[in-house]
Design a binder for this molecule. Structure first.
Ligand SMILES: Cc1ncc(COP(=O)(O)O)c(C=O)c1O
Length: 404
């Protein structure tokens, strides 16, 4: 059977493979089988740490006094595979449901049998809307969709559950708070509509966030005074979990914190939450060699050996999601030691400097980031300037995902 790129991608998003340890990978069957693709055991892969994921959800729940958690799993589940993440999170009682941006991600969750509520944060046309409603996916609405909703409800004989998005200053999507009244009143007055939630997004500018919070609170209070039921109010992403306990409302909406990563370095060590990374990027050393003094490495001879030095080549590059900036200070863990990425990160390779001794050999496990101190995603981010969002969300969807 010939597999299209899209169906291969979707297969790759739904990986049930569970391994006992990373050392089994060379012998283990591929997580994603495609007739035209077999990964080498040296190729990079992404690991998802089940127990850390569970821990982080409990930690968030403690922080928000057991309010429900709407887990943001957009952008391929922050790099871990949208259905992988949803399947691991769904059994946890703290998880109310899932939020994604792409319509196809929402549909793939239902295709995979996920049952909890799904909020579609991203765009859709009228056909998408009808399909979404048929699959019990709630749209986030901020434009006058009343007539389209009437049509759908007339067919299904049920009101359409939805969340309203109010823009309090981020200027991205959402009806501006000062113009929200006609839309909210219109939606609330229709029998075809059931408002299940009302939401906003912070700009994450600590001072302006306070103003946004005031705008949202006052706007919602005015509607509620009119007798409009707004459903669950929600605003807090990972940033707000640390910064704005007054914004937790009826539900919180984090992404990065669930994956155990501090979205801002300054949140580390605050003791507010103990987050444990649930994601790692690994590969195996494909070559180790001694450069002589004066030898070069990388395109444009980006690295020149000052002395004789051992280097190792890893088969992971920017096309896999390992950022080009990693060569500006990121370190990779091999055999328990951290070695700097040198030269330049090319599409499929990077080179690390081992030092004067031959400490690594072909086949050794190399960890770009994981949950260990000094090799967390935040450490990589701090050392080379790549955002933790880029480190996770830019991971190539075609890399194998393995749940450990
Ligand atoms: C609307 C919305 N809510 C919540 C989140 C979660 O953000 P974070 O991963 O920083 O917790 C995002 C992600 O960017 C988002 O776009």
């Amino acid at each position: 059977m010939k597999t299209s790129r899209r169906s291969f991608l979707e297969a790759g998003l739904a990986l049930p493979l569970v391994l006992n340890s990373a050392t089994e990978i060379a012998a283990a069957p591929r997580a994603t089988e495609s007739p035209d693709s077999k990964d080498s055991s040296f190729d990079p892969w992404v690991e998802i740490h089940k127990e850390n994921l569970r821990h982080n959800v409990q930690e968030i729940s403690r922080r928000v006094s057991a309010r429900p958690i709407l887990a943001v799993i957009k952008n391929n589940g922050y790099g871990m595979g949208v259905t992988n993440i949803a399947s691991l999170l769904e059994p946890q009682p703290e998880i109310f449901g899932f939020a994604v941006v792409k319509f196809h991600e929402a549909m793939s969750l239902r295709d995979a049998g996920l049952r909890k509520p799904i909020l579609l944060l991203g765009p859709f046309d009228e056909n998408n809307l009808e399909d979404a409603v048929a699959r019990n996916i709630m749209p986030m609405v901020y434009t006058p969709l009343g007539p389209a909703l009437d049509k759908i409800a007339a067919k299904t004989q049920k009101p359409v559950p939805l969340h309203i998005c109010i823009d309090t200053g981020i200027g991205r999507v959402g009806v501006p708070y000062h113009q929200a009244a006609p839309l909210v009143r219109d939606l609330a007055s229709r029998k075809s509509v059931q408002i299940r939630g009302t939401m906003m997004t912070f700009t994450e500018d600590p001072d302006f966030d306070k103003e946004q919070l005031r705008r949202f609170t006052e706007t919602c209070a005015a509607f509620e005074k009119e007798g409009i039921a707004l459903g669950k109010k929600h605003a807090a992403s990972s940033f707000s979990l640390f910064q704005h306990p007054d914004s937790f409302f009826d539900m919180v909406r984090p992404g990065m914190a669930i994956y155990g990563i501090y979205s801002e370095n300054e949140f580390r060590g605050t003791g507010v939450m103990d987050l444990r990374p649930a994601i790692s990027l690994k590969a195996r050393v494909i070559y180790a060699k001694k450069l002589r003094k004066g030898d070069s490495a990388g395109y444009n001879r980006a690295y020149l050996a000052k002395d004789d030095v051992w280097v190792a080549t890893l088969p992971v590059g920017h096309a896999d999601g390992w950022p080009r900036t990693a060569a500006k200070g990121a370190k990779v863990r091999i055999n328990g030691e951290l070695f700097p990425v040198i030269a330049s990160v090319s599409a499929s390779h990077c080179i690390v400097e081992i030092g004067s001794e031959e400490k690594v050999k072909i086949g050794d496990l190399a960890t770009c980031f994981d949950w260990q101190p000094a090799s967390r995603p935040e450490d990589v981010s701090e050392s080379c300037g790549a955002s933790v969002y880029d480190l996770t969300m830019h991971l190539n969807p075609l890399l194998p995902r393995r749940v450990v």
